[in-house]
Design a protein around this ligand. Structure first.
Ligand code: NAD
Length: 253
């Protein structure tokens, strides 16, 4: 038995990287999982892995940018499990490109997934987290939600916004005395496919960006990241930092 035994945990973007590692970590601790992703192949593999650990799992194709679908999904999860205890708004994409050359559509896509996806998930699930009596909302920002870097103006905008949004919701839950803890997570340099899945702006070479990420930035495994995140959630930390430290990033900004 662990404190996560029987808890219903929602994870978006669960088909890959940090999301999948979170699912495996929590499955190993007896949680019931609602896993979703845009990528059905990755999701199927994540589901296979968590089922092998004996976890009860509901899996769904979900695009977090589709607001109505996110609300329908939240209702379906509650109908299936009867409650929701924790929500990880984890789905995210990266974009690498100079602002001067970037087009609005690139910026909008990053904001849609990385910022509005988090807002959609928060809005749809918050009433259910409050109703559970011991809810926990976990929004995944980034180290780039604290520090800026060239080529990351879109991602920086979305991830700084996630931090500001999440902190405000956290304060509101405290003021209203709602039984919901709120945690903002700032990972940096986790060895996942995020850079390879990224899009690049005009004149940018995605391979070079991905190579820079893989060789210079990515030093922490998704499993270790998940362990740190779940540890932070267990301690009800309002903020969790993982991976690269500020000193390292200072050399680049
Ligand atoms: P990843 O690419 O391995 O996983 C992201 C997942 O999100 C993928 O399975 C993808 O299909 C899914 N996704 C993308 N768009 C979606 C959408 N519209 N709807 C639903 N699912 C969607 O990357 P990761 O590193 O595991 O990223 C997880 C989170 O961590 C992201 O929010 C990312 O910004 C954040 N993060 C990662 C790092 C890192 O170093 N890897 C650093 C900072 C923040």
């Amino acid at each position: 038995m662990s404190e996560f035994t029987g808890k219903v945990v929602v994870i978006t973007g669960a088909g890959s990287g940090i999301g999948r590692a979170l699912a495996l970590n929590l499955a190993g601790q007896g949680a019931k999982l609602a896993l979703s992703d845009l990528d059905t192949v990755g999701l199927a593999e994540a589901v296979r892995q968590v089922k092998a650990l004996g976890a009860e799992v509901k899996s769904d194709h979900l695009d977090v940018t589709q607001r109505e679908a996110v609300f329908e999904y939240a209702a379906a999860v509650v109908e299936y499990f009867g409650k929701v205890n924790q929500v990880y708004n984890n789905a995210g994409i990266a974009y690498h490109g100079e602002f001067e050359k970037s087009e609005f559509k690139d910026f909008e896509r990053v904001m849609d997934v990385d910022f509005w996806g988090v807002v959609n998930g928060t809005k749809a699930f918050l009433p259910h987290l409050i109703a559970s009596g011991d809810g926990h909302l976990i929004n995944i920002s980034s180290l780039f939600g604290l520090l800026s870097m060239p080529g990351q103006s879109a991602y920086n905008s979305a991830k700084f916004a996630v931090r500001g949004f999440t902190e405000s919701v956290r304060q509101e839950m405290l003021i209203a005395k709602h039984p919901v803890k709120v945690t903002c997570v700032h990972p940096g340099g986790i060895k996942t496919a995020i850079a390879r899945n990224a899009t690049a702006g005009p004149g940018e070479d995605l391979d070079t960006f991905a190579e820079f990420f893989d060789k210079k930035l990515a030093r922490t495994t998704p499993e270790d990241a998940a362990k740190t995140i779940v540890g932070g959630v267990r301690k009800s930390k309002p903020r969790v930092l993982i991976g690269l430290d500020a000193k390292f990033l200072d050399a680049w900004v």
